[in-house]
Design a protein around this ligand. Structure first.
Ligand code: DGT
Ligand code: CA
Ligand code: CA
Ligand code: ZN
Length: 572
């Protein structure tokens, strides 16, 4: 039986192939919608009967049948038929930024191009610009998209790497009790993306490595020795496991967590103190006495440093801060009391207002803001002024005097191409909080985009700028924006900048968030949830915040609702 992720992937492939083939848009949408529903389902879809499946929105009889076929056989006839016409590698072409289904279809039918290397060759030979209506500009865009793809090749979102490792560890723990398995490397440091994942098996013999290579989600074994094994997982992610001696647990944790730059700086410090540092321990050279290595903080202490949290280990000043006893008290997920960017079925969310509120409260939050889209985002069923105010009334009606949980009526208002707000001032003024975001016209030049965002910052009723650079990790570069000017304008106007915590956004980035804090800007960490499960997103934003050296004080939604509201621009 196939798992939800596999079923969702195949449904998504069918949607893309139908789209390329120019099939009925409603049919395409139905498959895409089904992929989305299955991908987000908490229950195993493969185990459901037809009737249950069909009680879900948008899944009709035919689709329910397809889903069953995929669940039981791992594939379906519709996909096989489409794949007979269109090579599956054409989906990589479709995934390129700037290549839609029409372009992919034309590249295939008119140029016989069906894979990314073939696209590259066609672009370099000037064959794409020769196609009617494409031109040199389109060709240059495609070449740029190819270059970006190359840059990301083989990297994975932290959230995906993390899910893969947890599945792996859960399975291993279920096979054998008492294993001491520790994720290290970039995963432990909380970076945006991971090249591969690294796991230490402390005190384990090679039979644990034998178990590791036998994990159900291992696609291929790359290496399998006495102390180290490497595998390729189904998702294409490489995982390395090393067996280490319990006496060297701390040294191994330190060494394999990295980063390389941090390790080099730390080793230089050890050398300056007459010591040798490696994955086995810290040894004084003069008398060969081992000073530390059992525990990780023992190593830092022996070198005269406070314990440095993994997220800071990038050689960005953490050694001197630890030396001076000035490491920041980093923010943690448990510090967050509010979440002020989320969507409901009123615009493009999957869950309704009451369901979102209930789930947020169940997660232990004490306040949220509902921020559905404004009308410029028609594809997301954005609201005009009238709907916004009616929605605000429904949101506020859920508040009961004396309750400890508060709903704020907000909006994610589009910043129009020229920097004006999508809704009029009276409407924005009547809300509790306004998040203003850019969603359209992302290709503007730096001067235009910077002026556009600054104009929004200067608007009297804008409190927070959402996902300020619009980057999508591994997919889309940040828009052209002079971030220092935006940060200075935010500081001058008392506008907060968002760390949008969607795992493929993490926007502001860690470096920008650190700069913003240093220039006196307050940050807000938001889920931007479009479904209840996504209320867990802030964990990724908190990792970005920690990597930006932020403390709870730097982040507005660590405060209680009253203090949070007083800190918003509209109340200052
Ligand atoms: P990634 O996999 O590209 O996301 O980044 P990392 O940091 O996980 O890098 P990886 O997997 O190559 O190595 C894991 C850690 O092991 C790395 O952060 C530091 C340590 N390490 C690995 N090779 C070396 C090395 O040649 N020299 C030093 N100093 N440390 C190393
Ligand atoms: Ca790694
Ligand atoms: Ca590695
Ligand atoms: Zn948005």
């Amino acid at each position: 039986m196939s798992d939800n992720a596999t079923i969702a992937r195949i449904l998504g492939e069918i949607a893309d192939l139908l789209d390329i083939s120019g099939d009925n848009p409603f049919k395409v949408r139905a498959y895409r919608n089904a992929a989305d529903i299955v991908g987000h389902a908490a229950e195993q879809v493969a185990a459901m009967d037809d009737a249950t499946l069909r009680t879900w929105g948008g899944i009709g009889k035919d689709l329910a049948q397809r889903i069953h076929e995929i669940a039981t056989t791992g594939d379906c006839a519709v996909r096989r038929d489409l794949a007979a016409t269109y090579p599956l590698t054409l989906l990589d072409v479709l995934a390129l930024q700037g290549v839609g289904p029409k372009t992919a279809s034309r590249l295939f039918t008119e140029l016989g191009v069906s894979s990314t290397p073939e696209v590259e060759a066609a672009a370099r030979d000037g064959r794409i610009r020769a196609l009617k209506g494409m031109g040199q500009k389109k060709e240059a865009l495609i070449l740029q998209a190819l270059a970006e793809r190359q840059q990301h090749a083989g990297r994975h979102l932290l959230a995906d790497a993390s899910a893969a490792v947890h599945a792996l560890l859960d399975w291993l723990h279920a096979q054998r009790e008492g294993l001491d398995l520790q994720p290290v490397g970039s995963l432990r440091r909380g970076t945006d993306t991971c090249g591969d994942v690294d796991i230490l098996a402390v005190g384990a013999d090679r039979t644990v490595l034998d178990l590791f290579v036998a994990c159900p989600n291992v696609a291929r074994v790359l290496a399998h020795g006495d102390t180290k094994a490497s595998v390729l997982l189904d998702s294409g992610l490489q995982a390395d496991m090393r067996a280490v001696d319990p006496a060297a647990r701390g040294a191994a944790l330190q060494y394999f967590t990295g980063s390389k730059a941090h390790n080099i700086a730390l080793r230089d410090r050890a050398i300056a103190q007459g010591c040798r540092l490696n994955e086995y321990g810290l040894v004084r050279v003069a008398d060969n006495i081992r000073l530390a290595g059992d525990t990780e903080d023992g190593i830092y202490r022996a070198l005269g440093l406070d314990m440095i949290p993994p997220e800071l280990r990038e050689d960005r000043g953490e050694l001197s801060a630890a030396d001076a006893g000035h490491l920041p008290s980093l923010i943690a997920v448990s510090d967050l009391r509010g979440d002020v960017h989320m969507h409901t079925t009123e615009s493009d969310g999957r869950d309704d207002l009451e369901t979102m509120a209930h789930a947020a409260r169940a997660r232990g939050l004490s306040f949220i803001a509902i921020t559905d889209h404004s009308k410029a985002l028609a594809v997301a069923n954005g609201m005009d002024e009238e709907r916004t105010l009616a929605h605000a009334a429904r949101i506020r009606a859920l508040n009961r005097p004396g309750h400890i949980f508060t709903l704020l009526a907000g909006i994610e208002c589009d910043i129009l191409a020229d920097g004006r707000m999508d809704l009029d001032d009276d409407c924005l003024k009547a809300l509790d909080v306004v998040v203003a975001s850019v969603h359209l016209h992302l290709g503007q030049d730096e001067e235009t985009m910077t002026a556009r965002i600054i104009r929004a910052i200067e608007h009297p009723w804008v409190d927070i700028i959402g996902h300020p650079t619009n980057r999508l990790l591994l997919r889309r570069a940040a828009s052209h924006v002079h971030i220092e000017k935006v940060i200075d304008a935010a500081a001058a106007n008392g506008v907060a900048l968002e760390i949008n915590a969607q795992p493929d956004r993490r926007d502001l980035s860690e470096t920008h968030a650190r700069l913003a804090r240093d220039r006196g800007v307050r940050l807000v960490i938001n889920s931007d949830a479009h479904a209840t499960a996504q209320l867990a997103h802030p964990a990724w934003g908190v990792l970005t915040a920690r990597r930006a050296w932020l403390t709870p004080d730097d982040v507005l939604n660590t405060r209680d609702v009253h203090s949070f509201r007083r800190a918003l621009k509209r109340h200052r």
